[in-house]
Structures are given as structure tokens and as C-alpha cells.
Design a protein around this ligand. Sequence first.
Ligand SMILES: N[C@@H](CCC(=O)N[C@@H](CS)C(=O)NCC(=O)O)C(=O)O
Ligand SMILES: [Fe+2]
Length: 369
Amino acid sequence: MKFRKDRLRSNLVECFSFLHISFDAGTEIVLYLKQFSDEMKRYSPDISNAEDSIRSRFKDVTESNGINASFSITKNKMWISPDQNLKASVARNRLVSLLVASDNIEFWNNDNACGHSQSTEKYNKLVKTIPFTSDFFFRQLFDTDTSTYTYLLADLNTKEAVIIDPVLEQAKRDAQLVKELGLTLKYALNTHMHADHVTGTGYLKRLLPGTQSVIAKFSGAKADKHLDDNEIVQFGRHKIEAICTPGHTNGCMSFIVHEQGLVFTGDALLIRGCGRTDFQEGSAEKLYSSIHDRIYKLPNNFQVYPAHDYKGQLASTIIEEKTYNPRLTKDKPTFINIMNNLNLAKPRYIDKAIPANRECGLYDIPPDA
Ligand SMILES: N[C@@H](CCC(=O)N[C@@H](CS)C(=O)NCC(=O)O)C(=O)O
Ligand SMILES: [Fe+2]
């Protein structure tokens, strides 16, 4: 059963009170099913068995996302007890964000708003993002020459780390940071085969032996590990889901850390912009679908971390981009027209970067490693 869409509650906390979920002592969450389903029926009168749907869907969503929670259902209440290590606030945000993200439970508001741009106008864009769990490490790094962001993520208990989109010229800096923090670099991931800089992957493999290079199967680049759509990459207990978001290149992927409410969008979705589609296997049409059908299906409060920013912006959220991205608030034909008429100069390092990145950076790396 599909509930109708509610973009009314983009703010997770608001959404939460709307759902009438509240806490008992400890980590227990009580979902007041009766009130919730009454509320649902108010917005969506055709729902007959709202309670059953909510119960079964909630269970599916938590189980398929690896949340250990026990359920007990009384007449009007569903008691959800997440595993003991989960703080109540984290559990609440996580469950609600998963619920909101799920395909089959969508909410509906009374103004019938469902389209991309017009409906978002009414939302609260200032969303509460999901707090990181206490065992999650996140660091954003920057290469000023190519305006590239690199991200270091780690499990603070096991010390296993991954790096996303490292840059050759910054590999020594990144390796030093990994060592100083006492981390072990498991994977160097690339969101795509970059055209504007040489990846630091190959050099990091030398500087930090044991590191494995990772890129999309469809990238056409060599690597130790090739990712398929929806494949999971694990470091410690943390998980990244890789999803295909082609358009800038065929092999572009976005990396999602569901639990922390993060998505690394590479050069698919940039802050108030997007990757160009005029070289490699660029396709404005594919990019439009990747963003609308994949990235925008994430919860509104997920934080967006791109591979580049040329204006000093560090991060965004799904709802901000849905609302303010000047290209992606346009309809598809207009978007395609914009993208096909950007007339950008080719990236300065393209002739060096593409052959090097096809070897995942192992080509011509500095001899002093
Ligand atoms: N001026 C930069 C341009 C880099 C560039 O074209 N970057 C690509 C990503 S590989 C892009 O999509 N840029 C989006 C934009 O410039 O709006 C350079 O020469 O490196
Ligand atoms: Fe790129």
C-alpha cells in the first residue's frame, strides 16, 4: 500500500511530532499507532488499513537497514526498542528518516503538493540534520588548486577508515592525517573517473600499504574493487551504500551513509549546481534522472557533500537543493537545454587526469613514495 506524499514535514522533528512518536524511559520508542493512523486518514482518506501497513512497513524498513529493534504491538501502540547502544535521539532520528525515505510510506499534505519545485516552496528548508553516532569519524578536506573535496570517514572503535575522492597532490597530507589519527585506511573510493585532477588513490596505496582502490564497475577504470549499484562498502561497523548516479560520467556513483544521514554526490549533484555533461560520457538526461530519481529520494534532511565546490560552499542538504538548485528546480527539457549550452572551457588537467585515473592513479605517480 502506498500512502500519498507529504512534503509538509520535511523537518524531521516536526515530522516526528506529526507521527506522535514519543519516548518512554530509556531507549524505548512508542509509536501511537491509533493517533498516527487517524492523522494519516485525515490527510489521505482512502487509507483503510493504515495501522497494519504502518506496522509491517516499519518493521521492513528497520530490518532492511540493519537496525536491531524489537517490536511489541498493543492495540494502539507499537513499542520499538532499538539495540541498547543506540541513543534514544539517534534511534528516533534514524527510524523516522528511514520511514520517510521508504518508498511505500509517503506522506501527504492537504495542499496536494507533489511536484518538484512548486511543492518545495512551502517547506521549511532549515532542517535538523541527523547527529553522527559517537563512533563515527568524519573529516572534510580540500584541494585548493582543483577545488576538490576529499572525505575521510572512520569507525572510531575499530579504527578502520575510508577516503573518498583523494587528490594526488594531497596524498601525503591525507596519509599523514590517517597515521596521526591512528587509523587504518581500508579503501580509497572514487565517486567517478575524474577529468580535472589525478586521483590520490594510487599514491595512497603506496603510502599506506593495504589500502584497496574502489570505483564503479561502469567507470571503465582499473581498481582493486569494482562497485555495482546498491553495493555496500563496510569499514568497521559502518556501511556505505554505493548507488549509480550517471550523467556527468557513466560510472558516477553517490555514496550514502544512511545511519549518519550523509550522501557524497561526487560530480552528480553539486551545491546549487551539478557536474557538467559535455565530456566523457556526459548526458544531461541521465543526470536529471539520477538526481531526481535516486538522490532526491533520500530524506530531506540528509546532508549533501559533493566532490567540488568553486565558491567556498562546504555542504548542503537534500531539501536545500530541491528548493534552491537553480538547474534542478527546472523541468527536464529546460535542464537539458541549460546543460547543453554551458560552453565551459575544458578542465586544465583533463589530458593528464583521464589516462592516469583510468589506471586508478597508478600511472606516473611520484617516484618518492
Ligand atoms: N576550471 C576547472 C573546471 C573543472 C570542471 O570542469 N569540473 C567539472 C567536474 S570534473 C564540472 O563539472 N564542473 C562544474 C562546473 O564548473 O560548474 C578546471 O579547469 O579544473
Ligand atoms: Fe568530474
